[in-house]
Design a protein around this ligand. Structure first.
Ligand code: ASP
Length: 341
């Protein structure tokens, strides 16, 4: 009798274990976006502006979510979601890109595929409506990983991507921002704390998207105009694979935003993946370590969004805010702006 009871106990235990394993391996999907990190404070935000950002983030992520839900690829979800953000003047990417010191536009973008570790990037382009698509074209239709300047513009045109006049990108908001940043710069050390805050706010606003599709493939993309008043063809982290963007099916997909120089020096996106791969950290632990200990330790600031191969996500920053949203397979939407939300 005792033996029979024990047998039943072990059979039910192993059934339960099988169920748990099956549940944890059930295909899932998810998507996370950011619209830049920085000195985003409640005190500087009207309720209308805040509502506009929240609404927009919710609408943009829905585009990628619908693709994933129908069984589409993480690559398509990332590209189409970033298109929506590149079309908006709210963010520092595509249409809303910031201006250089020469009052021109220089756009950077990159994309990486987690299954193949294929990657593509462009930097310093001036005429491509959707830089993220140019990065993907470099990955798919050239033997290279990164193209820059006029050559990258010409490549995108030869691939049939949409080309626009430079004027397309000039928005009043960015023209005014450049003027104010230049005025503050001219004052050098006599700059007031309000001006200092304004200048630091103009640094950011990049957009990024990471996604996990039903096949278990991860993808990451980042697109930006860089930093207001940038000079000498300065290039930030956004188009640098391993710094601003990284994806690996074995670990995670990451897109970064922040003070690019520090993100390049900390090799942020790859470092998060490496901490997961070599030290077994969770995506949250790895993102926290890199943003706070490494970037923060050097004196830099910004944030990342990430998703791992199980759909766990990280939205980590050491700035007062980061425009961000996450949508899981069940369609639960989580939109946040401030760090303390
Ligand atoms: N990381 C970008 C750069 O340094 C700026 C940003 O994230 O907004 O160009």
């Amino acid at each position: 009798m005792k033996k029979i009871v024990l047998l039943i106990f072990f059979i039910s235990l192993s059934c339960q274990q099988a169920k748990t394993v099956k549940e944890s391996q059930a295909p899932t999907f998810g998507i996370v976006i950011h619209g830049g990190a920085g000195t985003i404070l409640r005190a500087n935000m009207t309720s209308e502006t805040e509502a506009a950002y929240r609404k927009f983030l919710g609408e943009a992520i829905q585009v990628g979510h619908s693709i994933l839900k129908k069984g589409g690829t993480s690559q398509e979800a990332v590209e189409k979601t970033i298109h929506v953000m590149e079309n908006s003047p709210l963010f520092n990417a595509g249409k809303g890109a910031v201006l250089t010191a020469d009052e021109t536009i220089e756009l950077d973008a990159s994309f990486m595929h987690g299954a193949t570790l294929d990657a593509g990037a462009i930097s310093g382009v001036k005429t491509i409506k959707h830089p993220i698509s140019a990065a993907i074209k470099v990955m798919e239709d050239s033997p290279h990983v990164m193209l820059s300047g006029a050559g990258a513009d010409a490549f995108a045109a030869s691939q049939g991507l949409e080309i626009v006049e430079p004027e397309y990108f000039f928005t009043e908001r960015r023209i005014n921002s450049l003027k104010r940043v230049k005025e503050a710069e001219a004052k050098e050390k006599k700059i007031s704390s309000a001006e200092k805050e304004f200048v630091s706010q103009q640094r950011y606003g990049t957009v990024g998207c990471v996604a996990l599709d039903l096949k278990g493939n991860l993808a990451a993309g980042t697109s930006t105009g860089g930093m207001t008043n940038k000079k000498w063809n300065r290039i930030g982290d956004a188009p640098i694979i391993g710094a601003g963007t990284y994806a690996n099916n074995a670990t995670c997909a990451i897109s970064a935003t922040g003070w690019g120089e520090f993100f390049i020096r900390s090799v942020v996106a790859h470092d998060i993946s490496a901490l997961m791969e070599y030290k077994g950290l969770s995506i949250k632990e790895a993102a926290h370590t890199v943003i706070h200990d490494k970037v923060g330790g050097l004196g830099g600031d910004g944030g990342v969004v990430g998703i791992d191969h199980r759909g766990n996500v990280a939205m980590e920053m050491n700035t007062p805010g980061m425009y961000r949203a996450h949508m899981d397979a069940e369609g639960n939407l989580n939109v946040k702006i401030y760090k303390d939300e």
